[in-house]
Design a protein around this ligand. Structure first.
Ligand code: CMC
Length: 428
């Protein structure tokens, strides 16, 4: 993989570092020996120029608006595959054949129930707890229920933990919703698809049968696929960093959920819908655009901009089409969708957003769809966590199997006080 070297000139000392080529995308300069050879660190807050690992799972070209999972374009997967196929693909590297898919689907389906004691665990939360608060707690607590899949040195236990996490996440997310509205928990129904089962556990009641609407099921499947993985984003990097110490998978995924909760990351879908509701009417858009452009105003257009995509977010295109489809199916016209479309139109023609390469991201339209389906706003990020669990466990497995990985331990540029002597309190 290493073709040539890059030379760094420092005071009186030239040091040479290997340039490593990936299969596609920018080359990386291997600076692992930088400190040993020059006595210097690099400084890169937010990791804008740092590859923290090598990975064969997801590729993004932000300038071209390309997102590939194991080489397959996201729009093809969103249109043609099932969530189980994508989960298998991310975990195992190739699309499954029929027998492999059936086997995988059966395995995931058989792990959908949670330990009965978990229902009691839920009761410790306030009814008005945010579902992400519940998800952090309950997913972390899985490590106390499933001791037989926490030995990360055993590949079989890692696989079982991965299956458990993918399978139980819809059950836990649905339970978080049911708990908040005071309805009984529903056990999974293994005759339904992954998505259909989740819809039933969320919106069904034990008193009557629940019929899955195929258009809604398709929309949810697409939303899950679009959120399944996204390379080394903040929450995935959190999962990797947490697990680099050897922590168990349930604790690491709980760490990922905590990171995802923030409004700059997974919390943006909730924030975007709240913002669209606050704007309320297309006539108010110019005032909000002006606020977004005002350097002294912390307001940002939620659902706009991305660290990597600087042309368009390919997920946003599919999401916009899905929003139209779902509203048509449900026979709903949502003024929020009109505000979203007009806001997108105005922003995309405004020099501030053009110059800064700010485009709608995956979260801009997802809230409109989830709202139309009937999810409360607080559930949006929980759904993102549910889908991203597949990416998190795939990245976690890849990391543990990678012989080059070590405990994550960044260094710092220290700018605090230099050495000084302690002064007793009455002399200060
Ligand atoms: N509205 C107005 N201005 C913005 C926005 C926005 N949404 N996003 C970035 N900018 C401006 C920002 O003020 C800065 O301007 P200047 O150079 O004059 O200081 C410039 O664009 C670059 O912004 P940045 O914060 O340095 O860029 P970043 O790569 O660190 O941040 C981001 C990326 C996604 C956190 C940011 O665009 C943002 O906060 N967007 C809104 C939240 C959002 O929608 N997040 C979901 C991301 S996609 C789903 C996910 O991955 O979780």
């Amino acid at each position: 993989m290493t073709d040539h070297n890059v030379t760094l000139h420092t005071e009186g000392n030239d040091a040479s570092f290997p340039l490593i080529e990936g299969s596609v995308g920018p080359d990386v300069i291997d600076i692992r020996k930088l400190y040993a050879e020059t006595g210097k660190f690099t400084y890169d807050p937010g990791f804008t120029s740092t590859a923290s690992c090598q990975s064969a799972i997801t590729f993004i070209d932000g300038d071209e608006g390309i997102l590939l999972h194991r080489g397959y374009p996201i729009d093809q997967l969103a249109e043609q595959s099932t969530f189980m196929e994508v989960a298998y693909l991310l975990l195992h590297g190739d699309l499954p054949n029929r027998a492999e898919l059936d086997d995988f689907t059966t395995t995931i389906t058989r792990h959908t129930m949670v330990h009965e004691q978990l229902a009691t665990f839920f009761r410790g939360f306030r009814r008005d707890a945010h579902p992400m608060a519940i998800m952090c707690g309950v997913v972390g607590a899985l490590s106390s229920f499933y001791h037989d899949s926490t030995d990360i040195t055993d590949p079989q236990q890692r696989l079982i933990a991965s299956h458990r996490l993918i399978a139980k996440m819809p059950t836990i997310a649905a339970m978080a919703h049911k708990y908040s509205i005071g309805q009984p928990f529903l056990y999974p129904d293994n005759s339904l698809s992954y998505t259909g089962n989740f819809l039933r556990m969320t919106f069904g009641v034990p008193a009557e049968p629940y019929v899955v609407n195929p258009i809604i099921e398709k929309a949810m499947r697409r939303i899950f696929i679009l959120h399944a993985d996204h390379e080394q984003n903040a929450s995935t990097s959190t999962v990797r960093l947490a697990s680099s110490s050897g922590a168990n998978p349930f604790a690491c995924i709980a760490a990922g959920i905590a990171c995802l909760w923030g409004p700059a990351h997974g919390g943006a879908n909730e924030a975007a819908l709240n913002m669209l509701r606050e704007i309320g009417d297309v006539k108010n858009i110019p005032a909000y655009i002006a606020r977004a452009k005002d350097k002294d105003d912390p307001f940002r257009l939620m659902g706009f901009g991305h660290r990597v995509y600087k042309n368009f977010d390919p997920r946003a295109k599919v999401m916009k089409a899905t929003a139209d489809e779902v509203l048509k199916e449900l026979g709903k016209s949502d003024p929020v969708l009109d505000v979203a479309k007009e806001l997108e139109h105005i922003a995309l023609n405004d020099s501030y957003f053009i110059d800064k390469k700010l485009y709608p991201n995956v979260d801009f339209y997802s809230g409109v769809i989830l709202n139309a389906i009937g999810f409360p706003t607080e559930m949006f990020t929980a759904l993102f966590a549910l889908a991203r669990t597949v990416g998190w466990v795939a990245q976690w497995n890849e990391m543990i199997a990678d012989p080059e990985q070590k405990i994550g331990r960044p260094r710092q540029l220290y700018v605090g006080a230099t050495r000084r002597d302690y002064v007793p309190v009455d002399q200060r």
